[in-house]
Design a protein around this ligand. Structure first.
Ligand SMILES: Nc1ncnc2c1ncn2[C@@H]1O[C@H](COP(=O)(O)OP(=O)(O)OP(=O)(O)O)[C@@H](O)[C@H]1O
Ligand SMILES: [Mg+2]
Length: 335
């Protein structure tokens, strides 16, 4: 199944996914640990599922970056689950934290999800992995004076409980919201609560590092300068994901077209046209997200095409790319 872009993962795999619900994830021992809220809501948990799952594996393949970086990321994640349960932490200190930083739309979140699935797929002897996605805003919005408590509950209780059950990978997206740089804060405008929440996060990471070896955090951020220094220093691997190279932009463009063509076969006939070549050239300095969205935008130029993408023309892709790029340029100039 690997390498295939899965359109409907539920066709292919048991539905392990759960958007913060308590629906049992498999018939066997994969039932989640009990939570007190009967609706299944758990503070700070946006999503949980068991891995590997085909849609997350497909994300790993869909993100086109330097393969050396991908290899390094996967090796670090594998080492985490190989070494941490067995070695002496005082001499080989791993925190179980990988940090991905870089500009928006460069594939960090997708890569983190793909990494989680790949790690689980490479370590079948450990059984299914638990994947948890943290909603940092849930914690940040916990209310004045409640933030520190929310962080402690999320890491010290919820995540620790899952990680005692089975190998667990936690995505901390937009981690600068949780690990707020204390040095950059003014106590006049930011309540002491935010400082204490960062303190609590660091303290909990240390406790989890010491007592919960079957756990890996993958954190992402667009604002590394806003992340607390002590959090950065706890990362076992820090990787900067750059904007895609010109060649990668072209590949992302054609990959997106191909994904459309897989569903709407008339598009296959357009792939070699000169307008498509010109559109590909326009993608050169866009990020991966913009490229994929602008390819799709070609299907929104007319209602007819939105209703039947088989009617899209090669010139529509060129027009969508030109318009989109122009809008991005104008926005940049206005800022
Ligand atoms: N290098 C890339 N190769 C292929 N697709 C990419 C690449 N970078 C981004 N994309 C596509 O862009 C979309 C957004 O990616 P994603 O959300 O993972 O980016 P991100 O770096 O987490 O962005 P943000 O920092 O705004 O959260 C996805 O559909 C992804 O497939
Ligand atoms: Mg992201």
């Amino acid at each position: 199944m690997r390498g295939t872009v899965v359109r409907s993962p539920r066709d292919l795999t048991p539905d392990f996914s759960s958007k913060n619900t308590m629906t049992p994830m498999t018939a066997e021992s994969a039932a989640p640990p009990p939570v007190s809220d009967p609706t299944g809501y758990e503070l700070g948990i946006l999503e949980r599922r068991l891995l590997p799952s085909d849609d997350f594996l497909a994300l790993w393949d869909a993100i086109l970056i330097d393969p050396v970086i991908k290899d390094r990321l996967l090796a670090q994640a594998l080492l985490n689950f190989t070494i941490r349960p067995t070695v002496d932490r005082s001499r080989l200190p791993l925190h179980g934290l990988i940090l991905l930083v870089g500009p928006p739309g460069t594939g960090k979140t997708s890569l983190a999800r793909g990494l989680a699935a790949m790690t689980a797929a490479r370590m079948p002897h450990l059984g299914p992995f638990q994947y948890l996605e943290v909603d940092p805003h849930d914690v940040a919005n916990a209310g004045l004076g409640q933030r520190q408590k929310a962080v402690t509950q999320l890491l010290g209780a919820t995540i620790a409980r899952y990680a005692r059950q089975r190998p667990t990978i936690v995505l901390l997206d937009e981690v600068e919201t949780l690990a707020v740089a204390r040095s950059g804060l003014s106590l006049d405008v930011n309540p002491i609560d935010i400082h204490r929440a960062t303190d609590a996060l660091l303290a909990q990471l240390d406790v989890l590092a010491a007592h919960t070896p079957q756990l890996l955090f993958v954190a992402t951020s667009n604002f590394p300068e806003a992340i607390d220094e002590a959090f950065l220093s706890r990362s076992d691997l820090l990787v900067t994901i750059e904007r895609p190279s010109a060649e990668a932009c072209r590949t992302i463009f054609f990959d997106t077209l191909q994904a459309l063509a897989d569903h709407y076969p008339a598009i296959r006939g357009l792939l070699n046209s000169p307008e498509i070549e010109s559109a590909a050239a326009i993608c050169r300095d866009l990020d991966g997200r913009q490229i994929r969205k602008l390819v799709l935008a070609a299907c929104t130029l007319r209602h007819e095409t939105a209703l039947d993408p088989n009617t899209v023309q090669a010139a529509d892709f060129l027009e969508a790319l030109q318009r989109g790029k122009e809008e991005h340029r104008n926005l940049k100039e206005r800022r």
